[in-house]
Write a protein that binds this ligand. Sequence first.
Ligand SMILES: *Cc1c(COP(=O)(O)O)cnc(C)c1O
Length: 357
Amino acid sequence: MRLIRARINGGALRSNLQRLRGLAPASKLMAVVKANAYGHGLVGAALALSDADAFGVARIDEAIALRAAGIRKPIVLLEGVFNAAQMAEAAHRQLELVVHEAAQLSLLEAWRGEHPFTLWLKVDTGMNRLGFRGADLPAAWQRVTALRPRPAALRLMTHLSSADEPDGSVTRQQLQRFAPLAQGLGVPLSVANSAAIFATPESHCDWIRPGLVLYGVSPFADRSGTALGLQPAMTLETTVIAVRQVAAGERVGYGGAWRAGRASRVAILAAGYGDGLLRSLPNGAPVLINGQRAPLAGRVSMDMIAVDVTDLPPVKVGDTAELWGPGLAVEAVAAAAGTIPYELLCAVSQRVPLETV
Ligand SMILES: *Cc1c(COP(=O)(O)O)cnc(C)c1O
């Protein structure tokens, strides 16, 4: 028996993809599956999302793993390639490249292979991370259009920095910068990440690039995935391995960080930072045991957490607990930890077996 496991609901992934198609019916959909599909398992998630028009990954190894699993759809390297060896590998695997800086143009110009790449030129409209500055875009554009062999296709993209914020002014400014740059190029455009798909329909353009929402999780601080019509795809589940009585005044765990204010019952669960739980989860963070919420009691240790189950019906060894999933939104757990759900999902570690259902 596995004490801890992440159950991945393929039906939820498919349903979320359809929900996004409904929101952006005129756009193609690049399913972003970087970081092991946000912790959901790269290959399993991509197979469940096989209806996507393309996949987006951050690292070439992820793309190679997808090809090795038999995935034939376009795969976009969201940061492009950084040397000739990677470019040869990308050609061999028929990968599409984001091009965001001059050195990547030079690599393409020096490329002597037969394979014509599909290129996604990236322009920086305010994120100030990757992408050509607007003023440099015409020169970059000229260089890609002069490439021989000619690129198989050209696209223009940008990335939004603040699409999840209720005040959409930064996003509007980015869109206002993007529009004139895109004007007249006559190529497909891509702007929208998860938050923008919901908050900024005018950003949908030709290709949407959802990540988080595919997994059924909300990028907005004030709304859950369920409220957006999504289904959480991961249930992180573990097992009660001990239950103990703790007298009033006694302390639990490393540093004695939780103190029983009354005679208490404490359940010990097989989940810790070795599984990817954040040690910054504070006392009181929610855990679901036998379908009821109970507060974390004391520090997260490597392999265990303690939960105050005094107010729950009797909990026994072998009972199942949900750390997040359909019964307890990962968004709520992230809020308790002072972080975003992206970080919790990506942190789920190698030792947690993924069970795709
Ligand atoms: C990660 C990423 C996305 C997806 O972001 P979400 O907020 O998870 O939707 C889209 N585009 C690019 C370039 C990315 O790096």
